[in-house]
Design a protein around this ligand. Structure first.
Ligand code: FAD
Length: 538
């Protein structure tokens, strides 16, 4: 296989133009090109007013590949293609009696369970929430009717926190073993659009992700695994520093010496329980702030200029960073083009925001978190769970500021910058359901966060014209940007530092931030469990 990089073609090129461009680039005859696939397609819109082109990475098979490669010996854009296939690390013997347990069925638990099932280990998954269908109903009940179901909501249930999301599937993680390709490949096999394999910023959107997740769950079951919903793990059986099993909310005990802990960042009661049981946990940095909303057309125009609205490019995104005078970094987080701001609490009488979209990304507004990084050392000193308590306090205050009925507190950007309470919306309508109550956001977050965001917004307005327009909306508050704890594990075996057989994984344990990286971490942990089980058998 040969890989060509940096192959540029106009945005509106016909499909056949790609084959022609490859042949011309390699100076070969049409018949010599046997097959090709697009490994990646991206575009660069950073240079204002210049023509936007698609830039391809192509993997291809051709006659006489060695001769072609020799001809392009000095060309760094024509190289042998790396092997991106996934190879399992082992296979369980047919007579295996012990079954690994997976706690949590978000992207991390899903991939851990799927990989273990594919290797023949027949995992048992415990998920505190409901299956996608029932969960969707419960989640909408909060948004439409202000009724929260604490065990079934945006955070808890089949598919985890990423189910009602923008479904962005990219990440900055280093991935030398191409585990990210395995995640994408499994999503496509389960019904995700093919293009996620190659577009540079793939996304699925909420409704498509729901179908994909339930198909993958059925595959785990077909391979002999079990997936149990409404099965909250409430305790851990640990003997002499070794996992021996778990206890469920109904009192049932399930024994296993291999437990994947893929809790997500919102399982505060379970964080408390593992800490109580002596599992090593430490506080870690995260970020807090607001969601900001603008008309999507404003972002498209600023990012894509004359290409705004081009059907091949879709709704534009952005990424912003600013270093405030008080030493704080302010940055955009989880930007959702053409999406909505969602009520993302899992706990009664708390308000927390996040963003989601559909595959089409055609809602009127763009939204993103505008957040400030905070650390345990400077901002929430105390024990390992101090960050959890810090989040809880802020989310309770936001609930009261929003009117104590799950509406969120909000303020217009212009008023926020001028430090004046808001009373009336402008042209931008907030998308957050059940609703936004305008007022003063000053009391919602610590002063250093407010000051840093107040300073950053006009600066962001210099990068994206109109970003600081008066009637853009800030909705509070964003607190669950990542886990407030790390359930630290040993880099080699991926087991807890002090509890053998416990494999902390994914976002809740502090080892992922986003759907893709959580899926990748699930694969890594599944491999570690498989290797340990096979070694213990030998
Ligand atoms: P989670 O997805 O949180 O899954 C953990 C699961 O464990 C949950 O289902 C929970 O119910 C279960 N659980 C917890 N405790 C227990 C227990 N004691 N017993 C049994 N089960 C338990 N990321 C992106 O990459 N792109 C996006 O576009 C994006 N948008 C988002 C939008 C929203 C609204 C939210 C909330 C998040 C979004 N994220 C996005 C973040 C992403 O969802 C998470 O990073 C990802 O889901 C983390 O995966 P995880 O498997 O580690 O944890």
């Amino acid at each position: 296989m040969i890989r060509i990089t940096e192959l540029a073609l106009p945005l509106d090129h016909p499909a056949e133009a790609l084959r022609k461009a490859i042949i011309e680039r390699l100076k070969i005859k049409d018949a010599e090109l046997l097959d090709f696939t697009v490994f990646k397609r991206s575009y660069d819109a950073r240079k204002k007013n210049s023509e936007i082109k698609f830039v391809y990475i192509i993997d291809l098979k051709a006659n006489n590949e060695e001769r072609i490669l020799a001809r392009f010996n000095d060309d760094t854009h024509v190289r042998p293609a790396p092997d991106t296939n996934y190879y399992p690390v082992g296979q369980a013997p047919a007579n295996l009696t012990e079954r690994p347990l997976v706690i949590g069925f978000g992207p991390c638990g899903l991939f851990a369970a799927l990989l273990l099932a594919q290797m023949g280990f027949k995992p048992i998954v415990f998920e505190r929430g409901k299956d996608v269908r029932a969960r969707t109903k419960d989640t909408w009940a909060l948004w439409r009717n202000k009724v929260l179901t604490p065990e079934s909501n945006v955070q808890f249930g089949e598919g985890g926190a990423g189910l009602f999301s923008d479904g962005k599937l990219y990440s900055q993680i280093k991935d030398p073993k191409f585990y990210g390709r395995k995640v994408m490949h499994e999503f496509v096999r389960a019904g995700a659009p093919e293009e996620i394999m190659y577009v540079s910023k793939p996304h699925i959107g909420t409704f498509r992700l729901t179908g994909v997740v339930s198909t993958m769950r059925e595959e785990i079951r077909a391979l002999g695994g079990e997936v149990r919903f409404e099965s909250k793990v409430t305790d851990f059986i640990i003997e002499d520093g070794r996992m021996q099993g778990v206890t469920l909310a109904n009192g049932e005990e399930i024994r296993s010496r291999y437990v994947v802990l893929a809790l997500g960042h919102s399982s505060r009661d379970t964080f408390r329980k593992i800490h109580e049981r002596g599992v090593y946990v430490e506080a870690k940095p995260f970020a807090v702030g607001f969601r900001i909303e603008h008309p999507q057309s404003l972002i498209d125009k600023a990012r894509l200029g004359k290409y705004a609205g081009h059907p091949e490019l879709g709704a534009a995104d952005y990424k912003l960073v600013y270093h405030a005078k008080n030493g704080r970094a302010v940055y955009s987080f989880c930007m959702c083009p053409g999406g909505t701001v969602v009520a993302a609490t899992s706990e009664p009488e708390r308000v927390v925001t996040n963003g989601m979209s559909q595959y089409s990304r055609n809602e009127r507004n763009a939204n993103a978190g505008i957040v400030v990084g905070i650390t345990p050392e400077d901002d929430f000193p105390g024990g390992p769970l101090a960050g959890v308590e810090f989040q809880e306090k802020l989310e309770s205050t936001a609930y009261i500021l929003g009117g104590s009925d799950y509406c969120a507190p909000g303020q217009l950007v212009g008023d926020f910058i001028r430090n004046k309470a808001s009373s009336e919306f402008g042209e931008v309508e907030p998308s957050y359901k059940p609703g936004v109550r305008l007022g003063d956001l000053n009391p919602s977050l610590p002063k250093y966060v407010i000051d840093a965001i107040r300073e950053a917004l006009p600066e962001f307005g210099k990068q994206i014209r109109g970003f600081d327009r008066d009637d853009a909306i800030l909705t509070g508050i964003e607190t669950r940007t990542s886990s407030p704890v790390r359930i630290t594990r040993d880099n080699e075996s991926l087991q807890s530092l002090n509890t053998r057989g416990l494999y902390p994984a994914g976002e809740g344990a502090g080892y992922a931030g986003g759907i893709l990286s959580a899926g990748v971490d699930g694969i890594k942990v599944a491999e570690a469990v498989a290797k340990a089980m096979l070694e213990d058998l030998a």
